[in-house]
Ligand binder design. Sequence first.
Ligand code: ADP
Ligand code: MG
Length: 241
Amino acid sequence: MTFLMTVEDERVIKTLNDELDRKIGGFPSPSLNIVEGPNGSGKSTILQQIAWGALNRGLRVRYLTTENTVKSLLSQMESLSFMVTPFFTKGTFRIMELHTRGIVWDQNVAKYYLNVLLDFIKRDKWSQAFIIDSLSYILIKAKDDDVLDFFSTCRNLTDIVGKTFFIALHPYAVSQEMLIRIRSICDGHLMLSIREMRDRTFRILEVLKLRGANKATGIIVSFEVDPAFGIKVLPFSQAKA
Ligand SMILES: Nc1ncnc2c1ncn2[C@@H]1O[C@H](COP(=O)(O)OP(=O)(O)O)[C@@H](O)[C@H]1O
Ligand SMILES: [Mg+2]
């Protein structure tokens, strides 16, 4: 029994949030996953929770942030009780800042950034889990072919090299048609949204796709971001709007 569980655990990344793991059952690894949702819907929080799980599973994790600095990401994660500094010091957690503010985006600039990023990812023999938070700014002005090329290359690296990707994006960053194509390339597709009920705001996580997982997809989890705890799963679920 113990042996079986160990074998199973090696192929999934858990979040180490008991409620979330009980509902989702872990992310198969290697895999290519996208986390979609508007501002404030919890993309970064989920990605940080996943990074925490991956680090504790002993994986080498690279976190590319367009929103934080190394220092602010570390303190953000620690504030949510993900005590990542020891992993950072030990060297199994690496953070990369990509500053997108102030850049005037057009098709060519977007293509350039996508190529630089792809090139980096291809050469990166170090990371086992690669987290991008987020790809939105780069995607907004990019040509459809360049976007598809990016995701297809990530797909190949997942299948051939065995990397696991988690990529955040805002739904408005690409056209609806492109979203459908990107989703079909991915193994995992998480959708986040914000809901209001009376005077209460909470968030919804929908697992729209999770290829290779032993839990059924279509799982809906309501949660809050608790300042001291990170993701706090709420005891009620709500039907799709
Ligand atoms: N350390 C924290 N303490 C309390 N709330 C937080 C903390 N970090 C983020 N939040 C809240 O969690 C929500 C989701 O934030 P975030 O994960 O950054 O969303 P996104 O990345 O989709 O924009 C926001 O309302 C934000 O204010
Ligand atoms: Mg964010």
